[in-house]
Design a protein around this ligand. Structure first.
Ligand code: AP5
Length: 222
C-alpha cells in the first residue's frame, strides 16, 4: 500500500496535481473537501454540519474529518494506496492517519508540500471553475476549458465554489496556515516531507512531483 499526502495552502494546486498523479500512479485521489462538498450537495446530516465550517473558512472538527477519511480509505479501490488531498490538516489528523497506517504495517510514503506565495492564492482562486459532475479543475488564466462553461472531460457545467469569494479565501488562509505549519513539521520529523515550488506552471509542478516519486535509481540514470 502506498499512501501519498499532498499539502499546501488553499489554492496551491493540490487538487490539480492529485488528479494527474492518480491517473499516472493508478491509485485513487481522495480529497476531504470533495467528500464534504458531496455531503453538502446531497443535503445529508454530515453536509449540514460541515457547511457552516466551510462557509466560514474554518477547519471541520477533527473527529468528523478523521472518521470520513478513514472510512473512504477502507474502500476496496484504495487497497493498493491513495493520494490524500487536503488531509491531514492538523497534527491530530496526521497522528490518526499514522496510527491507522501502522495497523496495516505501512506509513505515509511522501508528504508533498506544494509551496505557493499567499499573494498568488487569492488571484488563483478567484479564477477557478470546477465541473459539477466530478470536480475537474479549471482556471480562466492558467487552464481554461476548451468550450466556455463546459468540462473538457465529462462536459458537465462549470461552477464556482461558494468558498472562493475573496473574503472567504482570506479567512481560509488566516485560519488554516498555522495548522498546516504543524502538519509540515510532523512530516519533517518523520522524514516524509518534500517541498516543491508550486509557483511554476502546472506541467512543471507535475514534473517536479513525479521526479520526487521516481525510484532513486531511476533518477540517477535519467
Ligand atoms: P478543500 O477543498 O481541501 O480546499 P483547500 O485546501 O482550501 O484547497 P483548494 O481545493 O481550494 O485548492 P487546491 O490546492 O486543491 O488548488 P486547485 O488545484 O483547485 O477544503 C475546503 C474546506 O473543507 C476547508 O476550508 C475546510 O473547511 C474543509 N476541509 C477539507 N479538508 C479538511 C480537513 N482535512 N480538516 C478540516 N477541514 C477540512 O488550484 C486552484 C486554482 O489554481 C485552479 O483554478 C487551478 O486551475 C489553478 N492552478 C493550479 N496549479 C496552478 C499553477 N501551477 N499555476 C497557475 N494556476 C494553477
Amino acid at each position: 500500500m502506498r499512501v501519498l499526502v499532498l499539502l499546501g495552502a488553499p489554492g496551491a494546486g493540490k487538487g490539480t496535481q492529485a488528479q494527474v498523479l492518480a491517473r499516472t500512479l493508478g491509485i485513487p485521489h481522495i480529497a476531504t473537501g470533495d467528500l464534504f462538498r458531496a455531503a453538502v450537495r446531497e443535503g445529508t446530516t454530515l453536509g449540514r454540519e460541515v457547511k457552516e465550517y466551510m462557509d466560514r473558512g474554518e477547519l471541520v472538527p477533527d473527529g468528523v474529518t478523521v472518521g470520513i477519511l478513514l472510512d473512504r480509505l477502507s474502500a476496496s479501490d484504495a487497497r493498493d494506496g491513495a493520494i490524500l488531498d487536503g488531509f491531514p490538516r492538523t497534527r491530530a489528523q496526521a497522528e490518526a492517519l499514522d496510527a491507522e497506517l501502522a495497523g496495516r504495517g505501512v506509513g505515509v510514503d511522501r508528504a508533498l508540500y506544494i509551496d505557493v506565495p499567499s499573494e498568488d492564492i487569492v488571484r488563483r482562486l478567484s479564477g477557478r471553475w470546477i465541473c459539477e459532475a466530478a470536480g475537474h479543475v479549471y482556471n480562466v488564466a492558467s487552464r481554461p476549458p476548451r468550450a466556455a462553461g463546459r468540462c473538457d472531460i465529462d462536459e458537465s457545467a462549470l461552477v464556482q465554489r461558494d468558498d472562493d469569494r475573496a473574503e472567504t479565501v482570506r479567512a481560509r488562509l488566516g485560519q488554516q496556515m498555522g495548522a498546516l505549519g504543524e502538519v509540515a513539521a510532523h512530516y519533517r520529523a518523520t522524514g516524509a516531507l518534500v517541498m516543491v515550488d508550486g509557483g511554476k506552471p502546472i506541467a512543471e509542478v507535475t514534473e517536479a512531483l513525479l521526479d520526487v516519486l521516481r525510484p532513486a535509481a531511476e533518477r540517477r540514470v535519467g
